[in-house]
Design a binder for this molecule. Structure first.
Ligand SMILES: [Zn+2]
Ligand SMILES: [Zn+2]
Length: 357
């Protein structure tokens, strides 16, 4: 018996990818009866599903962000690698290396295998399990950074640039704009790996998820809330020589007045394009991303040995073209509601289309 083409059992619907024989959506953009969620970012994990399947970590993140009642009528945790049968479809979750709990969804039906990767990266991340390539017939990938200009340098080197700046400006406070889920905790863990043992100060918006990471077994070292604004005259000393993490928009608000002559930093893959940093007044751009860069996207397509790749969102054209030259059929899915990725979107401006390279 020849196995069915993935097209016949995985469909693109207005709510997202739908596995017909299992009756289950993957990362649906609207509330559905039954959903598998790859990870906790808000463009993948939406509230209001009747039943949710995900890793225990992703379920905990969803509850923390949406409240238990909106995180799914029923929640079923799946251990990584453990197969689950739904109407003859075998489903497994495999690490995606993106944020804590992130998983690729491996689906198998009548000898045909589809891997839906969610978001992923290949670089090591001390806060989550590393990406595991799974050979498949169709690999479903993101394409956030699918242009040759996007090559992320090693994160450890970017952390060294930050530490050098702190040594150079001991009288100033370094404020790093980061998103609350994933980037904040990875940055803290990378700083600890680099030997930074001092307390790291957090904007209130980042505290809950850092505490959740710690409760799920990811040690982050001493963390403190940024102290409230002091009386005039005392404010100058505000956290000089220290590191503060805040949401990307916070450093242009009155909130930052409590800090000593802050150095505005941000951590994002988009900052590889210097113009973007300049436009947003970022003095110290750190090119650190939780998404695959151009080389990782191409290497992964080859590692999973899929004759066909479906692209969910991002720079579909460039990736489809590059895969085509390597003999891999590529198809853009144009999924609704993606590409607003909270972990990589920079404030104030959406990424404008860059010229094809
Ligand atoms: Zn994500
Ligand atoms: Zn995403």
């Amino acid at each position: 018996m020849t196995s069915p083409h993935p097209d016949t059992w995985m469909r693109v619907t207005p709510k997202g990818l739908f596995c017909e024989p299992a009756g289950v959506y993957i990362d649906p953009s609207r509330a559905v009866d039954r959903a598998i969620i790859s990870h906790g970012h808000s463009d993948h994990a939406r509230p209001g599903h009747r039943a949710v399947l995900a890793t225990a970590e992703t379920l905990a993140i969803m509850r923390a962000r949406m409240g238990a009642d909106r995180a799914g009528g029923s929640q079923q945790a799946m251990a990584l690698g453990a197969p689950l049968d739904i109407n003859g479809v075998t489903i497994r979750l495999v690490p995606a290396g993106h944020v804590l709990g992130s998983a690729q969804v491996v689906l198998e039906w009548r000898g045909s295998r589809i891997v839906v990767s969610g978001d992923y990266k290949r670089a090591a991340d001390p806060t989550c399990a590393g990406f595991e390539p799974v050979p498949c017939d169709v690999f479903v990938t993101e394409a956030t950074f699918a242009l040759p200009v996007f090559r992320h340098p090693p994160a450890a080197g970017e952390i060294q640039r930050l530490l050098a700046s702190i040594r150079l400006f001991p009288e100033r406070c370094h404020v790093i704009g980061v998103y609350a889920l994933g980037k904040a905790q990875r940055l803290i863990a990378l700083l600890r790996q680099a030997g930074w043992e001092r307390p790291i100060y957090l904007h209130g918006a980042l505290i809950a998820l850092c505490e959740l990471y710690e409760s799920l077994g990811v040690p982050l070292g001493p963390l403190l809330p940024v102290p409230p604004l002091q009386k005039r005259g005392k404010a100058e000393a505000g956290l000089a020589g220290e590191i503060v993490l805040a949401p990307p928009s916070a450093d242009s608000t009155p909130w930052s007045r409590r800090l000593a002559d802050p150095v505005s930093c941000a951590a994002s893959g988009w900052l590889r394009v210097r113009q973007r940093a300049k436009m947003r007044g970022i003095e110290l751009p750190l090119v650190i991303s939780d998404h695959a860069d151009w080389d990782e996207l191409l290497a992964t397509a080859s590692d999973v040995q899929a004759p066909e790749v479906w692209i969910t969102h991002g720079r579909e054209d460039a990736l489809a073209y590059a895969l085509g030259t390597r003999g891999i059929r590529a198809r853009a899915l144009h999924l609704v509601g993606r590409g607003e990725d909270e972990d990589e979107a920079l404030p104030e401006a959406a990424p404008e289309p860059a010229p094809a390279a």
